[in-house]
Design a binder for this molecule. Structure first.
Ligand SMILES: [Zn+2]
Length: 450
């Protein structure tokens, strides 16, 4: 994407100077446009849906507001309510729990629609109960049902991550009691020496119920003032708990500039890295169920306005962010918005040639493959060496209309249209050839016949 933009800018400058465009195209090629470039997966722009604050059994908004209110009266009685606490007067309308049956309905809908992304599973939500030990005061069957639905239905389309331990108070890991500190309060600037142990504990609780997570979600801005140390702690915890050398974390949102996929703590020799997944807009689904909910902020009915068309036009990953409570409470307001947004996105890309829904982990791994693989072209051979495998790896070979492409000796099938362009195929478009295949760790060789 960045190369494309630079290229367009360069051509624009020449065209403005009165030089013929055809000549300038040749000059660009002659002046060292790389012979091969990595494109977006299958030449489609990633879409992804992040769901934060989802917990087994409980409605986190209810407990967060209640605990924050109690904490403020105790420690800062003269201050005004902040964040979700402004909804304290609506607590009696908010359910304490969100049923597993609803999670099943929501997850099945996403599966049918092809919506993919990330779904938090807060492992000790609000300190009410540990996911691996049970929730006192709630029917045992609900937790069992939640675990079944999460693993059997939601996991197919969504990464499951902790959103640290409680998403309210910090836990003392020696006693498993809640402290007076807040994960998204004091731990915005976290004690670095405790971070890895804390994140490891969060991942381990999910592991104890059979969920090997692919990354983490920050509750609020948890870790933000020490982001590099935080990213290191997540990578170390992922290696320790799940032997996962390429995890991701979700901490940041980019509301105006184009979102990127920064990679941190890269070790090319070992094949280790961690991706920062960045949301491209606000939660316009409704957060608690009583906050801003407006599909037009994502994409307007005429498909021109809103944040998503602006991001998709630049071919940057368009990652939507919503908070789980709103999908259920207040007449399922967030679910209604999601259905409308999905309908509009389908209208924006009716033949599915422009966009592709991906899990957060799939986006992170694609960007690692894209930026950390070594590519070289020598005559009719393209060689790739990587420790960062991915599905749907897509290359553009410039100034080559190819007749035949083989990957490690196996022919790719030629397709005639972008609609049919899949992993295992190649597509010729004018003087360019696009190839897509699953990139394996190690060496791969493409033979290119004109
Ligand atoms: Zn959250």
């Amino acid at each position: 994407m960045r190369n494309e933009l630079t290229r367009r800018g360069f051509l624009g400058a020449i065209a403005a100077a009165g030089v013929g465009l055809e000549v300038s195209e040749n000059r660009v090629a002659a002046q060292g446009r790389p012979q091969v470039e990595v494109c977006n997966p299958l030449r489609r722009t990633p879409l992804s849906l992040i769901i934060d604050d989802s917990c087994p059994v409980i409605n986190k908004a209810y407990y967060w507001i209640k605990q924050r209110h109690d904490w403020r009266l105790k420690y800062k009685p003269d201050s005004a309510p902040d964040g979700w606490e402004v909804h304290y007067d609506k607590l009696d309308k908010m359910p304490h729990a969100i049923p597993a049956a609803f999670a099943a309905e929501w997850g099945e809908w996403c599966g049918e629609q092809g919506v993919r992304g990330k779904f938090s599973m807060v492992p000790f939500p609000a300190g009410v109960g540990r996911i691996d030990q049970g929730f006192p005061g709630f029917p045992e069957q609900e937790l069992k049902d939640w675990l079944r639905v999460t693993k059997e239905t939601i996991w197919k389309s969504f990464d499951l991550t902790p959103e640290m331990l409680t998403h309210t108070h910090v836990v003392d890991l020696k006693t498993w009691k809640l402290t007076d500190q807040w994960e998204q309060g004091e731990w915005v600037d976290p004690p670095v020496d405790q971070l890895t142990e804390y994140i490891t504990a969060a991942m381990q609780l999910l592991k104890n119920v059979g969920i090997a997570c692919d990354g983490v979600t920050s509750p609020g801005a948890f870790g933000k003032r020490k982001e590099i140390a935080y990213a290191r702690a997540v990578l170390d915890a992922a290696l320790a708990v799940n032997h996962n050398p390429r995890p991701f974390y979700f901490l940041n949102m980019e509301m105006e500039k184009m979102p990127e996929v920064p990679l941190r703590h890269v070790d090319k020799a070992k094949g280790h890295a961690i991706a920062s997944i960045i949301g491209c807009g606000g939660d316009w689904f409704g957060a608690t169920g009583y906050d801003t909910s407006n599909p037009d902020l994502f994409i307007t009915a005429d498909l021109q306005g809103g944040r998503l068309p602006a991001v998709l036009a630049q071919e940057c990953p368009a990652i939507l962010v919503g908070h789980w409570p709103c999908f259920y409470v207040n007449d399922r307001i967030g679910f209604q918005v999601l259905k409308e947004v999905k309908k509009r996105l389908d209208a924006y890309d009716p033949d599915k040639t422009k966009t592709i829904w991906m899990k957060n982990s799939e986006i992170g791994r694609y960007w690692m493959a894209r930026e950390l693989s070594d590519l070289s072209v020598n005559g009719a051979e393209c060689r790739i060496n990587t420790k960062f495998p991915t599905d749907n790896f897509t290359l553009a070979l410039h100034d080559r209309a190819l007749k035949r492409v083989q990957v490690n000796g196996t022919d790719l099938r030629q397709v005639k249209s972008q609609r049919d362009f899949r992993s295992g195929t190649f597509l010729v478009n004018g003087k360019e050839t696009f190839v897509a295949f699953d990139l394996k760790a190690g060496d791969m060789a493409l033979s290119l016949s004109m």
